[in-house]
Design a protein around this ligand. Structure first.
Ligand code: ZN
Length: 309
């Protein structure tokens, strides 16, 4: 009996120690840069609380048509974290690691480990001296807790969705107050409509809010197309969300209307992994791959994969 216990203890120790070790051996390493890449840029549009079955031709005509284009990766089955609060999910999208590593388990961000698992922009800033990274958000904790110390420009005060759109437009078109190479933006009013009236394609307040956001997204996409065609800038375009919703909440992590959401990646020339279902940790490695940034540390830490083929 003692022998069996000892054996079990050894097996347990081996398994758990191995897990700990895997994190600890991620030593800081030199970030390598693909020097053939000089004009790559990224726009990430974040839409809080996007329930997948609300993506329809009537509600979201622009995004609905985008989802079936040949140059787009799209899934309505994108997996959220098991913890379906906003804090853990935006953290996983931006760091490329699951919430067990970044340790954001709710919207208080208490105990977060961003110094060990920084947002992807940290690695871009390490690799490129001149790069401009920027984040414009309605839900301010993203900038306060995740982005603030790592990015060149973050919106300071709480903005509504129209102001997020306007500020992003000013950055992209006017280059004011900075000219972003990599821009993350986040709309939050869909989540607010869901909490007040219900997350559902049957709820008129949820539907009208999403339709308004669809117009913003189309306008932002057209700005990117203009930059590609007239300025020779090579943009990768994403639409992401943190979670879906059902009833007036999104706490039930077993509910597919909540634990699945949409994910779009669009580029005119790239191919994306076919038949692959993304999760929150795939955004950051895909962006670093596109920007030609790599290191042993990044490979060691990241849980997600690049969806670029
Ligand atoms: Zn919410």
């Amino acid at each position: 009996m003692k022998k069996i216990l000892l054996l079990l203890l050894c097996v347990f120790c081996f398994v758990s120690c191995k897990k700990d070790l895997a994190v600890e051996v991620c030593v800081e390493s030199v970030v390598s840069l693909d020097t053939t890449i000089s004009n790559h840029n990224v726009l990430i549009v974040g839409i809080d609380g996007f329930r997948s079955d609300a993506l329809t031709e009537d509600i979201t005509p622009f995004m609905y048509n985008l989802s079936s284009r040949d140059d787009v990766y799209f899934t309505p089955f994108h997996n959220t974290e098991e913890d379906t609060y906003s804090g853990p999910n935006w953290s996983s999208l931006l760091t490329g690691v699951h919430y067990s590593k970044h340790n954001v388990v709710d919207n208080s961000f208490v105990g977060s480990r961003f110094s060990t698992y920084p947002p992807f922009q940290y690695y871009l800033e390490l690799a490129y001296q001149q790069i401009n990274t920027s984040s414009i958000t309605n839900w301010n904790p993203i900038n306060t807790y995740i982005h603030h110390q790592y990015l060149d420009y973050t919106s300071a005060s709480t903005l509504n969705d129209s102001m997020v759109f306007q500020s992003s437009r000013d950055l992209l078109i006017e280059g004011y107050p900075i000219d972003p190479d990599v821009l993350f933006l986040q709309f939050d009013e869909l989540d607010a409509a869901g909490h007040s009236f219900g997350f559902s394609p049957e709820v008129s307040e949820y539907v009208s809010t999403l339709s308004k956001i669809d117009v913003f997204v189309e306008s932002l996409f057209n700005i990117i197309e203009e930059k590609r065609n007239n300025l020779g800038e090579d943009w990768l375009f994403f639409i992401v969300s943190d979670h879906g919703g059902d009833g007036t909440g999104h706490g039930d992590a077993e509910n597919p209307h909540i634990n699945q959401t949409i994910f779009f990646s669009q580029h005119p020339d790239l191919s994306f992994k076919p038949n692959y279902i993304t999760n929150q940790t795939d955004l950051a490695p895909t962006i670093l791959d596109y920007m030609g940034v790599d290191s042993e540390e990044i490979d060691c830490k990241m849980d997600g994969i690049s969806i670029i083929e």
